[in-house]
Every structure is written in C-alpha cells, then in structure tokens.
Design a binder for this molecule. Sequence first.
Ligand code: BGC
Length: 902
Amino acid sequence: MIVSPVRFEHRDCALGIGTATPRLSWQVVTGDPEWSQTAYELEFDGTVVRVDSAEQVLVPWPFEPLRSRSRATVRVRVACGEQWSGWSEPSTVETGLLSADDWSARFISPRTTDGPAPILTRTATLRPGIATARLYATAHGAYVATINGSRVGDEVLAPGWTSYQHRLRYQTHDVTSLLHEGENDLEVLLGNGWYRGRLTWSGQRALYGDRLALLAQLEVTYDDGSVEVISTDEQWSATRSGILEDDIYDGQRTDLRFVESTVEPVEVLDAELTGLVAPEGPPVRITEVLPAVEVWQSPSGRTLVDFGQNVVGWVRLRVRNAREVTVRHAEVLEDGELGVRPLRSAKATDSYLLADAGEAVLEPSLTFHGFRYAEITGAEVHAEDLEAVVVGTDLRRTGWFSCSDEDLEQFHRNVVWGMRGNFLDVPTDCPQRDERLGWTGDIQIFSPTASFLFDTAGFLSSWLADLAADQHPDGSVPWVIPDVLRTESPTAAAWGDAAAVVPWVLYQRYGDPRILERQFDSMRAWVDKIASLTADGVWRGGFQFGDWLDPTAPPDNPFAAKADPDVVATAHLVRSAEIVADAARVLGRDAEHYAALATRTREAFARHYVTSSGRVLSDAPAVYALAIEWDLLPTAAQREQAGQRLADLVRANGLRISTGFVGTPLITDALTSTGHLDLAYRLLLEKSCPSWLYPVTMGATTVWERWDSMLPDGSINPGEMTSFNHYALGAVADWMHRTIAGLAPAGPGFREITVRPRPHAALTHASARHHTPYGEASVAWRRDNGRFTLDVAIPVGTRATVHLPGAEQISIGHGQHSWTVADPCTEPEGPVSTVRELMDLPQLWAETVALLVEHGLGEDPADIARKAAPYLDFPPTELPVFLARENPNGAEVRRAVAELLS
Ligand code: BGC
C-alpha cells in the first residue's frame, strides 16, 4: 500500500505559498479492493494529529497556523479500521510573505522614466556561513533577475498578468546556491510586459502605469540563525540594457554590441504593497523546445523555417558573422510567404544587432509570439541552427484521450496544443495578434475541457480572483479579465456568465468548495445584474455576442448568427441562476431565491420562445442545443421534438457544423441525450468545411478561431479575426472524454464517477485517462469480433457507476475492472437495404434520383442509390417527415441533398 506525499493547496511546488493554513491532499494506492480510509494522521514537527475521516482531498491544516517564511515538513498515514499504513514520504511547504508588513522593500524605478528595459542593480556583501537565502520579488512590468550572472529561477514574464490595480503576484525564489560570501551582484532586468506595453487593438500603451518598477527583498539566513535583508531602496542603481524595444505584440529589439552605460540613481516610489499576493498556480516557463523541420527559400527569395507545429514562444537561433538579424513570425503561409495579415497590427518581430564576431545564440526574453513559421533575414541559417522555444503556464498534464480514428486523435492533439499556447498566465483567446486577452466567453465554454487536460485549479482560481476584482460594482462582468477594455456596463451573455460557470466547473472537477466560497459574491452579483435586465422574465436587448462565429455569419459580421441573441441570453440566465442556487446549497446558504429565479426564467423562456410542438425560436441548432442541455423545454414530448428538430437541422446541413461559440460545446451532448448519438458522431467526424475535422484535413496543428480560418483553396479567411490558435471550438473535447471514452465526474472532485462509454461503429477503440484529485481514473473500450470489452480503473476514495451497453448499471469501488459484452454497435446500413427501402418511397425516390442525376452521379438508379446511401445516413422512414418539414415544394430538399453530395 502506498500513500503519496501530501500536496499543499493546488500547488505542485509549495515554495512561497500564500496561506498560513494550507489544505492538504494525498492519494492512496492499494491492491485491497475492500480498503477504505476511516482515519488519517498528519505529522509535523513531532506533533501528530489524528482525524477520523474518509476525506483525503483538501483536508484542513490541523496544526498551528504558519507564520511568514516558515517551513513545514509534513507526512501522512492512513487507516482502515485499526490497520495503519506506513508514513508517506515527507513533503515541505514554505510560506511566503503573508502580510504587507513583512516587506521592508519599496518599489524602485529608474530616474529616467521613459527608457526601455532598464537594469536595476546592487552589490550585496555577505558574511561567511550562508545557510539559506530567499529572493521575494515582483515588478511593475516583467522582470528577469540574475545573481552573479546566473539566472534566478526559470520563470518567463514574471510576475505574470493580474488585475494589477488590485492584485500583484510576487515570487519566492530559493537563491541559496547562487550566493557566496563577499560581494554578490544582483541585477534585475525590467521589461514592459503587460504593465507598460501595448495592449488591445486600440494601440494603447501603459494601461497600468508608465513607470517600470521593482520590488525585491533578499533575505539571507546564516548558520548562526541571524538574518540579513537586502531590499530595494535608494541604495540600488539603474543602468540601461541592450534591449532597445520590447513589447508583447511587437517583439524585441536587442543590441548585443551594447556596452555598459552610465549608472544613475533610482527613485523610491510611494506604491502600495497591499495588493501583493502569492501565486496560486504554476508560473509561465519554457515547457518544450522543438527542432526546426525545414528551412527553404520562399518564392520571393526569403529564408523561411517551419517548426512543424503551431506554438507559442519564440525562435532561438545560432548565427555566424551576422550584423543584424531579424526574425518575423506567422502561423501560416499564404502564397508561399509568411501569412501575417491575421496578426493585424502585432509586428511579432525580434531583431538583433551584433558586432559581427563569430557565433552567437539569439533569443528574446521579454516577449512571445504565436507561430509555426518564421522568416529569418541577415543570417544564413540551417535547420540545425533553429529551435522553437515553447512557453506557457507550466500546468501539470492530467488528461489523455485516444481512439482508432487518426484524424480525431490529431484534433485532440490540436486541442491540447491550443491550450498550451493560450494558458499563458491568463486564459487568452489567442496568442498571436494584437489581442491575447482573457476573454471570458472563451474560457467559460472551454473550462471543462481545460480542467480535464491539465490541472487548472490554481491557474483559474487566481484568474477568478481577478474577475471578482475587476467586476463592476453593479455586478456586470468585463468582457476580458484582466479588464483592459474597460467597457461601460459589460453584460454579454455567455461571456459574463464565466463568473458563475468557471467556479462551478472548478468545484465539480477539483472538489474545492473554497473556490465557490471565495467567488460566491461575484457569482451572485452577476446573476442579480442580469436578472435586473429582464422584462416579463426574459433578458432582451442590449449588447450581445450571441452565438459568436456561427459559420453562416459572413466573415465581416461574426455577430450575425442564426440563433436569436435574446434567446441565448435568457437561456444563460437560467443556467447561471441555477449554478448560484447549487453553489449556495454546497455552501449551506439559502438557495431558494436563485432556484426560484431559475424556475421563473425557465417558464418565461418557454412562454416566449418554445412552441407547443417543441420548436425553439429562432429554429437554429444552437438554440436547440441550449434548450435541450439546460432543460428549458417544459415537457418530455417537446424535448423529444426539439431533439428531432435539431437532428433534422444537422442532417439538412449535410453534417457540417452550424453553431458558434455558444452552441458548439453543447450540440453533441444535445444530440446524444435526445437519442441521436449516431448523428453526434457523424457531426464530429465530418471533414468537409465547416467541421471540427476540416482544419485537420488542412494540416492544422492547433484549433482555429473560425471553422474556416483557412479556406479550402489555402487562402486565409478575409475576416478581421482569423486566428489559427483559439481553444474555444475545441470545447467538444469534453464530450469526447465523457461520451466517446465515457469518463465523467459525477460528484465533486471525481469522488463519484460516471463511466458511460457510448461506442459507435466508426471507432474500434477509445480511451481516456484523467488524474483526478484522488488519483488516476481510466476507461478504455474496444470492439472486436462482435464483442465489446471495457476496462476501467478508478482510484481509492472514489466510486463509479458503470453503464455497460445493454446491461444494468453497476456500482464499483476502486481498482481495476473489466467486462466483455456483445458489441452494441451495428455496422452502418449497407447500400442494398438502403436502396430497397428508398425504393419503397416512390414519390421521394423520383425526386431524389432526378437530383442525383443532375449532380452527375450517373443514370442508373441502383448505382446512384449505392453512391448516395452513405450520405443519406438517417433511416429512410424518417425521410418524408424530414422533407415535409424542410420543404413542401422541393427546392429546399434539392439544396440539402445537393449539399450532402457536394
Ligand atoms: C476574440 C474572441 C472573443 C471575441 C468576443 C474576439 O476578438 O478573439 O475569442 O471571445 O472577440 O466576441
């Protein structure tokens, strides 16, 4: 039996934690299927505390609260009855500076306020006998610290991006090994980062302030226990660096010929220290380095490089005897050259001035780009001279999916890469153009997928603290967090709903009620705000993004979705009110007000927007998906009819996707839950444009912003917003995990699990694995010779309900389980029976044949039917209904079938 070392809060590394009472979690592995925890003991500093409890995730700190800068080494052991396990390996937590009073340092800034990238320096003379040393640091801007020429830590763009007016993260670095007795050089480079750099497409700079500043406190503890503190104060000086320009959107220009400039005094600023917070999740780091795949000359004679993967980071290159080297970046090529139009005003260019002296390795330090391709000028380079340095928040990977369809697997890889690039300290919409903002709508829909693939608990709870901080006093929620758009009264459904949805998703996935507790006022304020916008129970009018980027909207008008934005808005009010009621129940608060609001709004929705036969205004797939999944249809019959109608619309559109940001994450669930699993699969596996797999057929390595960011002819979509790295439409991966593989949370933190794979003839196997807070859960199925085999493993501390095809539900405890039953999948109907059945529908048949002949599929009806059969995937008995609905005159069906066949 193995008990893992304890984990503190949601931190992988617990150095510099921001709480005096960190909660503890551990995992247990045992071969004994009957084992269950009845008690645990925690040990710290000779004190052992016993608690009779089955809980092993985020249990309360049982010892005296820790003080600032204190270390605690903790072990755990667990019991089932009187049988105790051995002690776990110890793990150590160390607090940061828990109160503003712990800082003797003050923010310092160069006297010359407008220069680029200054270096702040000081020499520290230390006595012999250094035992440990910590550097606590943060900046207005981004900082890179070195001690005696060695880099401190491995963070990129520290301190990251928060709502700086309210919250500024500081980092705790262990610098013991970098210091020595005698003189030590401390140097900190400051860049513009998000603080003073350009942000948004408006061209604005310095949205938080125009002075770069550093706050740093070096605390050296000697062997004799004495402590020396070296803080930023007037004893530091400022000097210039060789960095001439640095900007997140535009890139960095570095003069490597630069020699030491004059040293000037610094000014101590009167800046507040009250908003300083310790990080809750991991920092941005270099997470991978990819070699170049190919280097070649473009049609216009430029040197281009392909890294084979759309990434976020920068290019590292080795040059020889070069004077000035320029690196431009792009996600795609167009007409054989870099396709930079999607970057809009972002220059995404790094350049270097060199002294023409031999070999140099070049890379920036204060910027990042979204790119797969780069163009190099000023140096002759070969593939072996080039690397793509991948950066992003260094989240722990927790989720995997695989299946027998290679394109679907590639799509899933694209979702993972999209997340890696866009989880860069805040959850951004895209990483390449003049945007890269924490768009609320995008993460609202993607948070379930994100939380399966990586441990996002600390990352997103920190972002939610920014959301609450930037939320307006009237409850409205900015479109982007941190809020740099500063829109007046931002109340857009699906975007602002991130305030309610994201905390709820985190609670479901990580079982942490404190996230709900902390966000509750923010959640409630949002719902109160939007409830105040209703008339006769529905939320009408006002600015809405609606079902943003519905593929039928023209490239220059992404607002023009088929789904009525008011219907979308009212549906979201129901959902968020319900979430607030659920959260209130978890927290033991009064849920009644919000539960009643949800019920009233649901009734109003039905009254205004649902017909007695289950039609939902404006008869678009997205509104059916919302109405079905959020239970907005009053009767079972209406729900079934709505499901039928959704299925018809999906078929009529030739299985191509026709939803935007709002409908896309729900449509496969809505089809599944109304009995149209086959269509859900076919929609997901469709390859013609627009569809999830179309970009895969075009060689995509990330998820695109638009269904057709690149058009079938290889040209770039002419729309203003055409990113090739947007995670939003990848939100369907959550359905792949839950429904294709069949692994879903059913209780907070996966304490209860639903295992319900829904196999389909299109796949011979599928599997998913997830590191839940309790340990690894996995589901794998395969179809083979008429048999369906399911292998399941769930961790200690959880239970699962298993739905085996064609069998009763089974409740299981931890351990490995396996079953084999008859394969429930029927192979798709063969052409012959389809022909025969079609032949039974003479009037329809005549029309269909006429149409097919028109489309050049030949003259012979049997032959035509054989070719057409795979496209006419629904049971022929449904055809008359479908056709009557679609088109009493025949024109519509012509169009629909033509599309099916085109
Ligand atoms: C972003 C989106 C965002 C949207 C708002 C775009 O420019 O890239 O992903 O949600 O604006 O509608």
